[in-house]
Design a protein around this ligand. Structure first.
Ligand code: PGA
Ligand code: ZN
Length: 428
């Protein structure tokens, strides 16, 4: 039985308020979780409740969400015995009563749901990832970390329009080698940028934010840094993944602003094709805007058999939206963010929909984070094969990678790498 539920307004990694939630059971268990928050959010995401009181944190306070946990939600959950996490999540969804969790706040709800998942794992005497594996019914897998080493877009104050440039050690022999590759390439990149006269200050996700504006210039630096560090650029060594976060690039007349140019969907697709021809880019997330489904159909037809095309703002971890995309041949992969949909149960459902259709999945942090490493266990337990948690630097980012290292150390039997579909292709 849940004996006590308590939320506190704390700070995230960007000095903005978020929630920590503590759950205690009458058997003496006590767990705590931290709630992540995005900056380049999809318009169909579950709604994060902010106070809007300009006198506090410029309106970003979360006292109302905290009050919902400590009031209404605690009232509904404490003293109750729940058969499962699913039942807790269903109670939260019912209590909220809106389709987008806007009444109680998705930030309040996900904090409680994450805590309930941790509690349930502890009750079964399992590590969190083991419990998630049991719920998912999938073989657990240590994921390939995707390190965001150059930050642009709304995550940095440079003029780089593409938001994320990630390095993915697809060819690493194991998780510890992958983390090492990420850190070594990061160090080489820092040295190269410094030698080139660039500032090496960090963006929101711990990547560098050099004054470069063409994506190709950044890609050249990345390939050079990978080589400098002694790795092979490409799928056998260290590959590159992009998140242009193209919803943020849209102009009023539906074009995309890239380094001073305004491109149509088809011109941007051409640009991606050139990039894929010239650079070892294996994955492109949010390559087009969340409202450009026709462009996405053409993008998928053009490049879908060459690269992973992942929806983030486009899919918002929503099982029904992903199902619609599958029906329309839009993308071939989904980013998975727990606070986009608002409960662990619905997150698992989104992963299940992907798996059923052969869409790959990547578990993701948000640009505003806490040191909670829940998503590392989620990625391992759900067997997704991919995790992005920013650079191999900054405490809230490395907390996730360090959790993976601990799991890998304690369980050398766990395989590492991308999930492989039944037909042998990279897939579900
Ligand atoms: P966000 O960005 O957390 O700021 O939304 C992450 C992403 O776009 O993948
Ligand atoms: Zn994204």
């Amino acid at each position: 039985r849940i004996a006590r539920l308590h939320a506190v307004e704390i700070l995230d990694s960007r000095a903005r308020p978020t929630l920590s939630v503590t759950l205690e059971t009458d058997s003496g268990l006590r767990v705590r979780t931290g709630v992540p928050a995005g900056a380049s959010t999809g318009s169909r995401e579950a709604v994060e409740l902010r106070d809007g009181d300009e006198e506090r944190y410029g309106g970003q306070g979360v006292r109302r969400a905290v009050a919902h946990v400590n009031g209404e939600i605690a009232l509904a959950l404490t003293g109750q015995r729940f058969a499962s996490l699913e039942e807790v999540d269903a109670t939260l969804i019912d209590l909220d009563g809106t389709p987008d969790k806007s009444r109680l706040g998705a930030n309040a709800i996900i904090g409680v749901s994450l805590a309930a998942a941790r509690t349930e794992a502890a009750q079964y005497d399992r590590a969190l990832w083991q419990h998630i594996a049991a719920l998912a019914g999938a073989p657990p897998l240590l994921p390939v970390p995707h390190f965001n080493v150059v930050n642009g877009g709304v995550h940095a104050s440079n003029n780089l329009d593409f938001q994320e440039f990630m390095i993915a050690p697809l060819g690493a022999a194991g998780l510890p080698d992958a983390v090492r590759a990420g850190a070594e390439v990061y160090a080489r990149l820092k040295a190269r940028l410094a030698a080139g006269g660039h500032a090496v200050g960090l963006g929101d996700e711990g990547g560098f934010a050099p004054a470069l504006d063409q994506p190709e210039e950044v890609l050249r630096e990345l390939v050079a840094a990978i080589t400098d560090a002694g790795y092979t650029p490409g799928r056998d060594g260290v590959a590159i993944a992009l998140d242009p976060a193209a919803s943020e690039l849209r102009t009023e007349d539906g074009r995309y602003r890239v380094a001073g140019e305004e491109l149509t969907s088809d011109q941007l697709i051409d640009r991606y094709e050139e990039i894929v021809d010239r650079f070892p880019v294996w994955s492109i997330e949010d390559g087009l805007g969340e409202d450009d489904w026709e462009g996405w159909e053409r993008l998928t037809a053009r490049l879908g058999d060459r690269v992973q095309l992942m929806g983030d703002d486009l899919f918002v971890t929503h099982p029904a939206i992903i199902a619609e995309a599958i029906g329309r041949n839009v993308g071939n992969s989904a980013l998975i963010k727990v606070n986009q949909i608002g409960t662990v149960t619905e997150t698992m459902a989104a992963i299940g929909v992907c798996r059923g259709a052969g869409y790959t999945q990547m578990v993701s942090h948000r640009s505003g984070e806490t040191t909670d490493a829940f998503i590392a266990d989620l990625a391992v337990g759900a067997g997704c094969g991919q995790l992005k948690s920013g650079a191999p630097a900054r405490g809230e980012r490395v907390a996730k990678y360090n959790r993976l290292l601990e799991i890998a150390d304690a369980h050398p039997e766990l395989p590492f790498g991308l999930a492989v579909a039944a037909d042998g292709a990279p897939g579900a």
